[in-house]
Design a protein around this ligand. Structure first.
Ligand code: NAD
Ligand code: ZN
Ligand code: ZN
Length: 340
């Protein structure tokens, strides 16, 4: 089977032929149909973050495909069933976080495409308990971006506690942001979408954003303040200034939800303004299996649109460059050649 492999940080990925992986106890082998390119995969391939994967590794945590082989003890999945393999490859199931609905914070978790090989491959392994069944009627190509971009932004809005009639700022309308706009609308909020390309701003408006802000020429905080300030700002742009701008555009009591992970990222949070305005800064990491089930349910019910372009896995290096240049239609999904 073919896989795109990071052999060294910052170097182009290499397409390798590898033997089919054998599922161990509690695992399944998945014949991947579609695999999304998350910006996180670019951070992984470059070794951008303090906790790094160990090359060689196969990135990808939006792999969706058909179960091909069951490992020992797997009884709740069947061969031929479509599943998604998210970032949360496995959690311990016994710690305080796992037992209190916060498995995404488990200290013993293993992350797909980071701590074990991921979805940039024709075949991959998944822990059966964390492989999410994809409902009938949801294509692999739609399910792939929902598996990280969808669940992450859906969860970020939950964490922000967004209520109808609130103003939500979505900073960065890429893979994550184009879904964040839609979940904020589903929650009943007014949405201010912020980006730096005409295409993304047009897409945001098409997906229901009430206000679009061009960070190249508008003062983001000033525009948000014209509307009274944001109740919640979801920071998805891989840019520190973009975090600072939306933080300054919060209304009193507002919440900044940090989601994007720029390399070595830090921002200055003014103590006086934070105290006097009672604002919060919250980090949010992906979502639980239940969050992903809800994301798939919403999509199956026709409530969300996944904007993507499909490309062959062989285009992986150009595709990463195009994402960095902002020259893609929301999400790139690799077509692993199984047919639609
Ligand atoms: P993306 O590249 O598809 O989207 C980023 C968007 O931000 C693009 O549309 C780009 O034009 C826009 N942008 C760039 N500069 C901007 C600025 N100054 N102001 C406003 N918009 C700007 O990336 P993505 O796949 O959506 O991922 C975004 C980030 O989220 C990455 O850092 C990724 O690692 C991170 N991420 C975090 C989690 C989590 O659980 N916390 C999960 C997935 C991804
Ligand atoms: Zn991701
Ligand atoms: Zn745990």
């Amino acid at each position: 089977m073919k896989a795109a492999v990071v052999r060294a940080f910052g170097e182009p990925l290499v397409i390798e032929d590898r033997p089919d992986p054998e599922p161990g106890p509690g695992q399944v082998r998945v014949r991947v149909e579609a695999s999304g390119l998350c910006h996180t995969d670019i951070h992984a391939a470059r070794g951008d973050w303090p906790v790094k994967p160990t090359p060689p590794f196969v990135p990808g945590h939006e792999g969706v495909g058909l179960v091909e082989k069951l490992g020992e003890g797997v009884t709740h999945l069947s061969v031929g069933q479509r599943v998604a393999v998210p970032w949360l490859g496995k959690a311990c199931g016994r710690c305080e976080q796992c037992l209190s609905g916060w498995e995404t914070l488990c200290e013993r978790q293993i992350n797909t495409g980071y701590g074990c090989d991921g979805g940039y491959a024709e075949k991959m392994l998944a822990w059966a308990d964390f492989a999410q069944p994809v409902p009938h009627g949801v294509t692999a190509f739609d399910a792939a971006p929902l598996t990280c971009a969808g669940v992450t932004t859906y969860k970020a809005l939950k964490v922000a506690g967004v209520r109808p009639a609130q103003l939500v700022a979505v900073s960065g309308v890429g893979g994550l942001g184009h879904l964040a706009v839609q979940y904020a609308k589903i929650a009943g909020a007014q949405v201010a979408a912020i980006d730096v390309t005409d295409e993304k701003l047009e897409l945001a408006a098409e997906l229901g954003a009430d206000v679009v802000i061009d960070a190249r020429k508008d003062d983001v905080a000033e525009v948000l303040k014209r509307y009274g300030g944001a109740h919640a700002a979801i920071a998805l742009a891989v840019n520190e200034e973009a975090f600072t701008a939306v933080n300054s555009g919060l209304r009193r009591g507002g919440k900044l939800v940090m989601v994007a992970l720029p390399a070595h990222g830090t921002i200055q949070v003014p103590i006086f303004d934070t105290v006097l305005n009672g604002t919060s800064v919250i980090g949010s990491i992906v979502g639980t299996r239940q969050d992903l089930a809800e994301v798939f349910q919403l999509h199956a019910a026709g409530r969300t649109r996944v904007i993507h372009e499909t490309r062959p896995l062989a285009s992986v290096n150009e595709s990463m460059d195009d994402v960095l240049r902002g020259q893609v239609k929301a999400r790139i999904v690799f077509d692993l050649g199984v047919g639609r």
